[in-house]
Design a binder for this molecule. Structure first.
Ligand code: PHE
Length: 339
């Protein structure tokens, strides 16, 4: 009988399977109620006394061997189910994750927002479909004012009161109507103008306009703010302000930044002058403040507005504005960036 037991032990040790049913059958065969071990335990009483000790030891050996075998095979099986069943083969090299890219307009817009937020400007937004008051009339552009022609307007259907905003100055009007000075806000957003589409202009583009209203705000504050901005965005601090005209600011100016004439591209971009026009600005016309419920005797302020698309073209040396709205993946993929 001892020999039989030893035979079983070596069979148990040899047994292997990765099949749960086969392991369970093996367990029942050895450790089940009517299994081999119980059979030997029942034989115990028939073993001569002088052999009982050795017999008992070997039966226990078989029991331990069978129990260990069942446990270790089950554990192996569970681990391999975890590895291959749920997660796949954990030792395989990882799948490459394709990183998306931000649109160049978003990159530049975020840079501009970041710069102005460092000097206390918040961000305000408004609707792209506007009414006449917020886009024109409140900004000193009453009906039949010739300056309305500066911005070829898309009207919505036949209602001359509803239009696609031609600038985000409309957001500034809304902001002044709803907030008391001091006001420091920038308004980024998409705007629309009925212009022929070419490499340099499009019928929609993006702007960031800024507004600062407080007591005793002067033109010097405006110039200092713009100089800080151009230094931060372009790394160029030399700017000049050329007198200009906007109905909503008085005095008004056009801002040029000195780009330099170091490379052939610089020559092309600046038409050989070294200067680049980047935005319009001025002191908010007292009449506009009045229209928006702010007392011009108490408060003054400045405003400025720039096109994000043009700046994106400049900063990233993009030759055609149409690339910004064509969704060509080969173009967009070049802007993988964390900004
Ligand atoms: N709203 C003007 C435009 O769209 C830009 C501007 C804003 C000019 C504020 C002066 C002051 O052209």
């Amino acid at each position: 009988m001892i020999d039989q037991l030893k035979q079983h032990i070596s069979e148990v040790e040899k047994f292997s399977s990765d099949n749960l049913e086969a392991i369970e059958a093996f367990r029942i065969q050895y450790l089940g109620k009517k299994g081999i071990l119980n059979h030997f335990f029942a034989e115990f009483k028939n073993v001569p006394n002088d052999q009982k000790k050795e017999f008992g030891q070997v039966v226990n050996q078989l029991k331990n061997a069978a129990t260990d075998k069942v446990n270790s095979l089950k554990e192996l099986l569970e681990n391999s189910v975890l590895e291959t069943g749920i997660y796949g083969d954990l030792t395989r090299p990882g799948e490459p994750i394709e990183l998306g890219a931000r649109h160049p307009i978003s990159i530049v817009k975020n840079q501009i927002i970041d710069i102005f937020s460092r000097i206390g400007f918040n961000v305000s937004e408004g609707p792209e479909i506007e009414d006449d008051w917020h886009n024109f009339t409140a900004l000193n552009l009453p009906e039949y004012h010739p300056a309305r022609d500066m911005q070829d307007t898309f009207f919505v259907q036949t209602n001359p009161d509803i239009l696609l905003r031609t600038h985000t100055s409309s957001v500034q009007v809304r902001y002044m109507e709803n907030n008391k000075p001091p006001i420091r806000t920038i308004s980024p957003g998409r705007v629309y103008r009925n212009e022929a589409i070419s490499a340099r202009s499009h019928c929609f583009f993006h702007q960031v306009e800024g507004l600062y209203i407080d007591k005793n705000v002067s033109f010097a504050d405006l110039k200092q703010t713009l100089q800080f901005f151009t230094t931060e965005l372009f790394g160029k601090s030399k700017i000049r302000l050329r007198p200009s005209y906007f109905p909503f600011t008085e005095p008004s100016a056009e801002v040029d930044v000195y780009w330099g004439l170091e490379t052939e591209t610089d020559y092309k971009m600046t038409k050989g002058t070294g200067w680049l026009e980047i935005m319009g600005c001025g002191m908010v016309d007292p009449n506009v403040l009045k229209n928006c419920g702010i007392d011009p005797n108490e408060y003054s302020g400045f405003a400025f507005g720039m096109g994000i698309d043009r700046i994106a073209l400049l900063l990233h040396q993009i030759s055609d504005i149409r690339l910004l709205s064509e969704n060509d993946i080969r173009f967009l993929e070049q802007f993988k960036s964390s900004f």
